[in-house]
Design a protein around this ligand. Structure first.
Ligand SMILES: Nc1nc2c(c(=O)[nH]1)N[C@H]1C(S)=C(S)[C@@H](COP(=O)(O)OP(=O)(O)OC[C@H]3O[C@@H](n4cnc5c(=O)[nH]c(N)nc54)[C@H](O)[C@@H]3O)O[C@H]1N2
Ligand SMILES: Nc1nc2c(c(=O)[nH]1)N[C@H]1C(S)=C(S)[C@@H](COP(=O)(O)OP(=O)(O)OC[C@H]3O[C@@H](n4cnc5c(=O)[nH]c(N)nc54)[C@H](O)[C@@H]3O)O[C@H]1N2
Ligand code: SF4
Ligand SMILES: [Mo]
Length: 696
């Protein structure tokens, strides 16, 4: 084999940095080089991007299909794996109907893989039970922005950060999590832009901010409504824009009329004067841009928060212009794509509504036969139905819900109750360990296809090595499984044909094809006859729904406030050096040495009350579980609030988190629950969770 270099895209976050990937003469991925001419990353990569070779390295990869026999896994052939999965699925469907089976797809896999997954669900299994991690990420964005603006995606391009005069970062920590974009925010600030940060924690950007609104977790809507009140009562709103492009202003004006900054001081913990200053700065500047993330969406009030934020941008006319818009920082490398592909129970590719007869007719004509008609379950809905004995067969690829979904013990219990759990993975994750059959998936370094980044840019990836061992690309094993079930619906000769079929049926992607995408650095949707070169900024002339719908948002408190037994409020955050469940980033010795496996951030005042020393072993308990970890004493979290990352399977914060849901999108409240912290003896080594629970 010869050494090889290919042009591809980073497989971690939604920024979508360009990289060259190198393999050595043994066929091992051995190096990463940034692309100097890439329009987003311009020669930069963050520590995770630089560590990509470790993330897909051969040492720990699953290379053969495996079947669980009691508590060990044995190698089986693909033929055996596919025939036993298809038999088990068929048995469940025969006994309980297609509502008892479903798929969880992957925002880490390609558009082609995700298109195949929802097609497999809808046209082979005949169920709309298809979902993926956007459920617990930006599903409130998809729903909330769709309601107000008609489209749930970033309105601008990442490059627009440099054109903004005011950047309001709310509930996002981009220097850690969208690092190359976070770097652009710092550059814009150094070049003179003003920065407003809204976050209960003192993030790196908060330290640089002109205004840091350090609100109480879960109080975004109260704050945003009070900012609207200040803006409207001072006449700082954009009356022309509202008259020409929005409806519902009078209702909104009435709704926020009495929500003065003083009236929300006790809820938000913020000083009224500071709220006024932020409202003035945001509204009175020509180019104001909002960047937001999980501190907005991961609440029972997720959709409400998104709508309030969209109202704020609209009322100020801050949308549809360079350097001016509302930008959800989509998290995973291809979460925008997985949503666009329709891996959501309620929509087909391109957000065409699954419960509409026309959509069903369009796709059943295109796919050659009938499709699912009943309403589908969300991922958490499947978990709940499994516990109730109504959902029995799950195919899951490229996610690790045992570590990343809330209330770990209940997820484990639900997955153990299934008759069939199939997991297609790169490595043995905590979820894969529960599977009946594990399939070896090819990583991004071993396949072609496309990823859609946070700014709606569809970019091609290329294989630098062949799939390891017997690993297969996700759409390829889905195709093989469909065949084993007697269906030829997924009958594509190559990856490009999957894309072409999808583009024909997906209005936003209609003008795209591989040769066009390969010409430069991909294209931003919508790309169609009227925008053949794609669209950098959305909503410039009008919204997809005509006029935007200003929607009054009611403040909803968090589900589980603190009390005597659980006196501290736990929020969860990410660390720059680790990613998701850690199954890829923790393969890198460089990243692994940066942080201990598990950590609890706690304010010095609370630490003192518990007599904690730095790195003191602590026990953390909620109504759902208990873990042990070490305390990091820091003023970056306010008194009364503790924070934990969720990347570490040894000390998973999701042992503790709450499953209370946003009623509109079923987003769980991952950013707030009540806990108690106890000091453990100073020489105690924190026990990993599997020792504490006796699992695994
Ligand atoms: N290093 C790294 N990068 C990643 C990931 C990773 O795991 N590791 N994951 C990727 C994914 S999937 C995603 S979705 C993105 C997420 O990226 P972010 O949205 O930046 O994610 P978080 O750090 O979870 O949360 C953001 C911030 O919300 C704040 N917050 C908590 N409660 C509130 C509140 O009530 N109001 C406000 N305004 N803020 C609040 C937290 O303190 C935190 O600073 O990152 C992506 N990038
Ligand atoms: N407490 C708390 N919990 C959270 C969050 C939080 O802020 N706080 N954030 C939530 C959010 S926003 C998200 S997005 C989720 C993320 O949760 P997950 O999606 O479960 O996390 P990842 O680590 O991205 O898991 C992806 C898995 O995909 C595998 N993989 C990568 N590429 C491929 C591929 O091409 N094919 C296949 N088959 N597998 C592949 C990797 O090996 C990895 O194990 O976590 C959520 N959980
Ligand atoms: S910012 Fe995101 S896309 Fe860019 S190198 Fe880092 S993880 Fe990869
Ligand atoms: Mo996410």
């Amino acid at each position: 084999m010869h050494s090889k270099v290919v042009k591809t895209v980073c497989p971690f976050c939604g920024v979508g940095c360009g990289m060259y990937l190198t393999s050595d003469w043994k066929g091992k991925v051995c190096g990463v080089t940034p692309q100097w001419d890439h329009p987003i990353s311009r020669g930069k990569l963050c520590d995770k991007g630089w560590s990509t070779a470790y993330a897909v390295s051969s040492e720990s990869r699953i290379t053969h299909p495996l079947r669980r026999e009691r508590d060990k896994f044995v190698h089986i052939s693909w033929e055996e794996a596919l025939s036993s999965i298809s038999r088990a699925l068929q048995d469940i469907i025969d006994d309980d109907g297609p509502q008892a089976v479903g798929i969880i797809s992957s925002a880490r896999a390609t558009n082609e893989d995700n298109y195949a997954a929802q097609k497999f669900a809808r046209s082979v299994l005949k169920t709309n039970n298809v979902d993926h991690c956007a459920r617990i990420c930006h599903s409130p964005t998809v729903a909330g922005l769709k309601q107000v603006l008609g489209s749930g995606a970033m309105t601008n391009s990442t490059d627009d950060v440099s054109k903004a005069d005011v950047i309001m970062v709310i509930g996002a920590d981009p220097t850690e999590n969208h690092s190359v974009l976070g770097g652009q925010v710092i550059q814009a600030k150094l070049a003179g832009a003003k920065l407003i940060v809204v976050d209960p924690r003192v993030t790196r950007l908060a330290k640089l901010a002109d205004i840091h609104l350090q609100l109480q977790p879960g109080t975004n809507t109260a704050l945003l409504n009070s900012m609207l009140q200040v803006i409207i009562s001072n006449g700082w709103h954009d009356q022309d824009f509202i008259a020409q492009r929005c409806e519902g202003f009078e209702k909104l004006e009435k709704h926020v009329e009495k929500v003065t900054p003083e009236s929300v001081e006790a809820i938000t913990g913020l000083d009224a004067e500071q709220i006024r200053q932020a409202a003035k700065l945001y509204s009175q500047t020509e180019h104001s841009m909002i960047l937001y993330g999980m501190g907005i969406t991961q609440f029972v009030s997720g959709t409400t928060n998104v709508m309030a934020l969209a109202d704020l941008a609209l009322v100020c006319g801050h949308i549809g212009k360079p350097g001016t818009g509302i930008n959800p920082l989509r998290g995973q490398n291809n979460v925008q794509g997985a949503c666009d592909m329709g891996c959501l129970p309620n929509v087909y590719p391109g957000y065409q509504l699954a419960d509409e007869k026309e959509t069903q007719a369009k796709f059943s004509a295109a796919w050659g036969g009938d499709v699912a008609t009943s309403a589908g379950l969300t991922s958490m809905g499947m978990t709940k139905a499994a516990l109730a004995g109504q959902f029995k067969g799950l195919i899951l690829f490229g996610e690790d819900p045992v570590v990343t979904d809330p209330d770990q013990n209940h997820v484990r219990e639900a997955y153990q109750a299934l008759d069939l759990l199939v997991v297609a993975e790169l490595t043995m994750t905590e979820t894969a360990k529960l599977a009946d059959i594990v399939l070896p998936a090819a990583s991004f370094a071993e396949k072609s296809g496309t990823f859609t980044n946070c700014e709606r840019r569809v970019q091609c990836i290329h294989p630098v090595i062949p799939p390891l061992g017997e690993a297969m690309g996700d759409w390829q094993w889905l195709q093989a499984l469909a065949k084993a079930m007697g269906s030829d619906r997924l009958n594509w000769p190559d990856t490009e044909s999957v894309f072409d079929e999808m583009a024909r049926l997906t209005p936003q992607y209609q003008g795209m094809n591989y040769p066009k995408l390969e010409q430069g650095f991909g294209l931003q949707w919508p790309c169609n006859e009227s925008a053949p070169q794609g669209t950098a900024i959305l909503h410039q002339q009008q919204f997809p729904i005509g006029k935007a719908r200003l929607t009054p948002a009611h403040y909803v408190p968090i589900d589980e406030p603190t009390d005597e037994d659980y006196p501290l409020l736990l929020t969860t955050n990410r660390l720059h050096f680790h990613y998701g469940c850690g199954s890829m980033s923790r393969k890198s010795p460089l990243l692994e040495r940066e942080t201990p496996p598990g950590i609890l951030f706690i304010n010095p005042l609370d630490a003192k009350a518990l007599s904690l020393h730095p790195y003191h072993p602590v026990g953390v308990r909620s109504r759902r579980g208990y873990i042990e970890t070490r305390a990091m004493i820091t003023k970056d979290v306010p008194p009364g609030v503790v924070s934990m990352p969720y990347h570490f399977k040894e000390a998973p914060s999701n042992q503790l988190t709450n499953t209370a849901l946003d009623p509109i999108t079923k987003m769980p409240e991952l950013k707030a629950c009540a806990v108690s912290v106890t000091a453990l003896p100073i020489d105690h080594m924190p026990s990993p969770v599997w020792q504490l629970t006796g699992e695994g």
